[in-house]
Design a binder for this molecule. Structure first.
Ligand code: ZN
Length: 253
């Protein structure tokens, strides 16, 4: 029963995240104006706004202008409830569930904006900083000391990587947004799990880059946003971080 409620709730907030993403991309207020088709600007009726189903039944097209609607809408509506249910499976109904669902939500919004715009909005970083500190002060996520260490380890390590790549390669290997993002994640996860997130993001990003080069989807020197890899790594850490660390210790140490 609870799982059904979580499913419905997360699908509803996913629609709101889609609105946030779209409006941050075109720089509008999040609340006004009401929903409309992104291509013909026709106002959307309730029937057009049923999450997941509207997209499937209308085959990803607008009912009014038949313009293509970005697959991003569908992805966000699918990924958000899946993550909510995984988090529920691990944390149950708890404050921790809420804390990590908030972080996962910020990461979903950030990733889709980063993929399309190659930017991580400072607005989201700001929300992340405030909520991360609030959750650590109330003991929902990690203690305040661990949270501050996590911030320093997260932002500091990527800052170092950026400095080194600037010195050796003569170009920015890491954007300012990525540095701030891993700092925010550190606030929620504490320093140990932030290190794990960093390692996982480098592995996942590395494997992805090799694959897209091998299959000639991208050329050498093409820009690949790193934010989505940090986000994915962080979500893997939230869900299975402790298991990964335990497995590593028993296997290699
Ligand atoms: Zn339209």
């Amino acid at each position: 029963m609870v799982i059904v409620l979580i499913f419905i709730f997360s699908i509803l907030v996913a629609s709101f995240y889609n609105v946030c993403i779209h409006r941050m991309i075109i720089n509008q207020s999040v609340v006004f104006p009401s929903s409309y088709c992104p291509s013909c600007h026709h106002p959307l009726k309730p029937l057009d706004l049923i999450p997941i189903f509207s997209y499937i039944f209308l085959l990803g097209r607008c009912r009014y202008c038949k313009g293509r609607i970005s697959l991003r809408y569908f992805m966000v509506e699918i990924i958000t409830p899946i993550l909510a249910i995984f988090l529920y499976g691990i944390y149950g109904v708890s404050w921790q569930f809420i804390g990590y669902f908030v972080l996962a939500s910020l990461l979903i919004i950030t990733s889709f904006i980063d993929i399309e715009q190659q930017i991580i909005p400072n607005k989201i970083i700001g929300y992340g900083l405030i909520l991360g500190i609030l959750f650590s002060l109330t003991g929902i996520t990690v203690g305040l000391f661990d949270a501050v260490l996590g911030f320093l380890v997260g932002a500091g390590s990527l800052f170092l990587i950026a400095l080194i790549s600037l010195q050796i390669l003569g170009k920015e290997g890491m954007g300012g947004g990525d540095i701030k993002l891993l700092g925010v994640i550190g606030l929620f996860l504490g320093w140990k799990m932030t290190l794990l997130t960093l390692l996982l993001s480098i592995y996942i990003g590395g494997i992805f880059s090799i694959l897209v080069l091998l299959f000639k989807i991208k050329k050498r020197g093409d820009y690949i946003p790193f934010g989505p890899f940090i986000s994915l790594a962080s979500i893997i850490t939230i869900l299975w971080g402790k298991d990964i660390v335990a497995w590593y210790i028993t296997s290699f140490l």
